[in-house]
Design a protein around this ligand. Structure first.
Ligand SMILES: *Cc1c(COP(=O)(O)O)cnc(C)c1O
Length: 353
């Protein structure tokens, strides 16, 4: 077990913070005339008591997530997408204008945006050309002010999983917070780092209902971490961050886990078919290995190809501005019909093979 003095990493203003106490912290049953809600109700038929504020701590939903991921409720934070969790981690650990974080490009753009919003300096340690971590370089880059290292596995936009041994080297060698973003973990051949939470107090695993659960519209992200880190996230979050419509819908998803598994299997099957077809195009120079629900490939004049495919009504993503991703496009695996539409568009744009 690697010990980390979490309290020592937390900003003084957060340690001293007296969190907002909502009316529901004290009583949540009886005649509720404590929160200035509208007792007459919503302006339409409503069986969810939407006129009342939601539960601040989302215990039931956190229990479901905990059971699903094999941890305890105290290990689970839920928020408005992973993006809320990322922002909260900045606000808990990083002093604006003073502290720093490390990211590993090419990677998910939100870490840098969130750092910029919070006025936190970003040090970049590129992945290798085969998109793996450089743990020694990362640890050499750590400064006294470095508070968080962001790692994304499977990585977006490249699609590959990172070598777990490299991630462990970083967690072992760094006395700060290591965030491992597992947005695509349910599509991966590799297991979740959640199983390492008991060995690393400084690990925060981010997951989301936006991808494998098919619920991007409800904005439900989760952080899985030591009870101490989770307690700081609960302290700093907005009191009613997760709304009733979202938690109710998220709970419903757990009633149909077999449906989710089935969809994941279908996407994985389609992923193989799409890769098999992509490599038959002579213009496609490389199809990168993927552990996610998308695939990155390299093609000459990619920006132009991307635009022309969009003209055909199929929208994919140009990633050619990222390091080592010159002329790369990222394609989300859709339904069989959607993927075939993409291939028709690609054939048309390339003037057949
Ligand atoms: C899609 C994605 C997320 C999801 O973010 P939400 O705010 O939960 O929708 C997080 N991280 C990465 C790397 C992603 O690609």
């Amino acid at each position: 077990m690697k010990k980390t003095d979490i309290q020592d990493l937390v900003r003084d203003n957060i340690l001293d913070l007296k969190p907002y106490r909502s009316a529901r912290d004290d009583f949540d049953t009886g005649i509720l005339l404590d929160a200035n809600e509208n007792s007459l109700g919503a302006p339409f038929d409503d069986d969810m008591n939407l006129n009342r504020y939601p539960m601040p701590y989302q215990e039931e939903l956190r229990d479901k997530i905990a059971a699903f991921r094999g941890v305890n409720r105290e290990n689970v934070f839920v928020g408005v997408g992973s993006d809320e969790a990322i922002d909260l981690l900045f606000r808990i650990f990083c002093r604006p204008g003073k502290d720093r974080v490390i990211i590993n490009p090419p990677t998910y753009g939100m870490y840098k945006v969130s750092a910029n919003i919070n006025d936190i300096a970003v040090d970049e340690v590129l992945l290798t050309e085969s998109f793996q971590l450089q743990p020694e370089r990362i640890l050499e880059t750590v400064k006294p002010e470095t508070k968080i290292i962001f790692i994304c596995s499977p990585n977006n936009p490249t699609g590959n999983s990172l070598d777990v041994n490299d991630v462990i080297k970083v967690m072992e060698g760094f006395n700060g917070i290591v965030v491992v973003d597992e947005a695509y973990i349910d599509f991966s051949r590799q297991g979740s780092l959640v199983n390492n939470l008991k060995d690393f107090e400084n690990l925060v695993v981010l997951q989301t209902m936006s991808k494998s659960f098919g619920l991007a519209g409800i904005r439900l992200g989760k952080a899985l971490a030591s009870p101490e880190i989770i307690s700081y996230m609960m302290k700093v979050k907005a009191p009613y961050n997760v709304n009733k419509l979202t938690s109710d819908t998220a709970a419903k998803a757990f009633l149909n886990l077999s449906g989710i598994t089935k969809n994941i299997q279908s996407i994985l099957k389609e992923r193989e078919r799409v890769i098999g077809k992509l490599v038959t195009f002579s213009q496609v120079e490389k199809v990168y290995p993927t552990d996610a629900n998308f695939v990155m490939f390299r093609i000459p004049d990619a920006l132009n190809v991307y635009k022309k495919i969009a003209d055909e009504g199929v929208v994919i993503r140009y990633r050619g501005n990222e390091p080592y991703c010159e002329n790369c496009l990222r394609l989300t695996i859709g339904t069989e019909v959607e993927n075939d539409r993409f291939f028709s568009a690609l054939e048309k744009v390339l003037g057949k093979k």
